[in-house]
Design a protein around this ligand. Structure first.
Ligand code: ATP
Ligand code: MG
Length: 137
């Protein structure tokens, strides 16, 4: 069993679909073992997406991630990292497979509803950015 880090992005809280997204997560046999609704600070968003800071969309991405509340989560399950990436679907919802979260719910590549870690190593780093061990149960 493995853990991954998830964010339900501001477009999800704005549209009041966090429960619907969680139903898809749980339907994929991923267990929500940590969950908190927060407002991300600019500094947190810039650190979190630091690998993208030279990309043309970085400013827009930070603006979006701080534009409203997000739900940060720790998901647990077998091959959780890869499984969640599969359930999320492609970054661009127009290219996402049928039944994925982004295909079902997302409106654009910028506002694509969910984040999921891209490796177990990054999952551990990202989880530590937002959770204390005692808040994962
Ligand atoms: P995430 O890291 O959020 O799980 P991802 O791994 O599928 O998504 P990345 O390449 O890491 O995709 O990009 C991070 C985020 O930056 C994307 O989820 C999206 O919100 C935003 N993004 C990526 N490409 C673009 C783009 N061309 N225009 C606008 N925003 C983009
Ligand atoms: Mg990514």
């Amino acid at each position: 069993t493995e853990r991954t880090f998830s964010i339900l992005k501001p477009d999800a809280t704005r549209r009041n679909i966090t429960g619907a997204v969680n139903a898809v997560i749980e339907g994929a046999d991923l267990r929500i073992v940590g969950q908190r609704r927060i407002r991300m600070s600019r500094a947190q968003a810039e650190t979190f997406y630091g690998v993208h800071k030279e990309r043309p969309f970085f400013g827009e991405l930070v603006e979006f991630m701080t534009s409203g509340p997000v739900v940060v989560q720790v998901l647990e399950g077998e091959n959780a990292v890869a499984r969640y990436r599969e359930v999320m679907g492609a970054t661009n919802p127009a290219q996402a497979a049928e039944g994925t979260i982004r295909k079902t719910f997302s409106e654009s590549v910028g506002e694509n509803t969910v984040h999921g870690s891209d490796s177990a190593e990054n999952a551990a780093i990202e989880i530590a950015q937002f959770f204390q061990a005692s808040d994962i149960v």
